[in-house]
Design a protein around this ligand. Sequence first.
Ligand code: TXA
Ligand code: MG
Length: 323
Amino acid sequence: MTPAVEPPDEVTIARAATLLRDGGLVAFPTETVYGLGADATDDRAVARIFEAKGRPTFNPLIAHVLGATDAHRLVEWPAIADRLAARFWPGPLTLVLPRRRDCALSLLASAGLDTAAIRVPAHPVAQALIRAAGRPIAAPSANRSGAISPTTAAHVVDSLGDRVDLVIDGGRCVVGVESTVLDLTTSPPTLLRHGGVTREAIEAAIGAIAAGPAIGTPGALHSPGQLESHYAPDRPVRLDATSVGADEGLLAFGPDVPSGAALTLNLSPSADIAEAAANLFAMLRALDRPGIGRIAVAPIPATGLGLAIDDRLRRAAAPRPQG
Ligand code: TXA
Ligand code: MG
C-alpha cells in the first residue's frame, strides 16, 4: 500500500492539519529534508513516529515552530538564543534548551530529557502546516531509522510506505542535509550535529563554540541520535576513493573523476559544496541498486557545509549493527 501523496495546496494543508490534530502522521517538506510530523504535544501521536520509523525511543525529536515567540512558551530562553534566532531563524539551525516547567511538549518527544530541541523551518509549506495545525510539530527525518534521509516525496514513500497517513509533495529539498544541532545548555554552546548552518557562521554570530564528541567516541553520545551507523544504504560504502573498481558505483565530487565505475554520479562537477549537499542523499539512494556491489565516495573537503556531508558519509560507511 502507498500513502496519499498530495501537492502543497490549501486543501492539502487543511487536511494535513486535521490529520495532525487527530493524532495522525504527515510527511512534509522542509528546506533540509522531509520530516515525519506529528502533534508534538500528543504522547500517542509522538509514539506513532517512533513506531513508524522503527526508532529507538531514547532518541529525542525536534519540535518545529513558527518563530522565537512560540519557542519562548516551550523552553527557557537565554540571551544567546535571541542572537541566534535573529540571525538564523527561519533556517536549518536547531537549538537545544531546558524545557520550561509548563512546557506543552510531549515528554516522549524529549525522550525523558529535561531539554527540548526547537527549530523554525524556512520552507513555506512547513510553515503553512505548523500555522494550520496551530501547535508545534515533532518531526524527525521521514525515513526508517538508520536509513538514508529523504529529500523528495518519492523517497518518503519508498522508505515508509503506508506507515505515514499523508505525504505533502513540495519537490526537492534545497539544503539537502539536516539542520545543525546546537546545545545551549552548556557554556560555551556545544555543536551536537553538523548541518545546514556552518560552524563558522555560528561562531561569527556568537563567538567560539565547543565541538561535540567525535563520531565513534565510546560513551560520548551527547546527542542520542548520533549513533555511529546511520544514513546507511543497503550496499557497503567506501570513503576517500581516488580510484574505482568495475563493481562499484562512484559518488564523485569535482571535475577530476576516476573512470571505470559501473555507474558514476557527481555531487557537483564544479566542486560547489552547497550543490553537493543538496544532491547527497538522492545520489546515495540512486547508487544503492542492483548491479552495484559497493558505493565508492570521492574525498569531500571537510570545511563549512562539507563537514555536514563528511559526517553523513562517515555514518553511511560505519559498521552496521547486527540483526
Ligand atoms: O533538518 C532537520 O533537523 C530535520 C527536519 C525534518 O527538520 N529533522 C531531523 O530530525 O533531522 P532527526 O530526529 O532525524 O534528528 C534530530 C537530532 C537527533 O540527532 C537528536 O538526537 C537530536 O536532534 N536531539 C533532539 N532533541 C535533543 C535534545 N533534547 N538533546 C540533544 N539532542 C537532541
Ligand atoms: Mg534522521
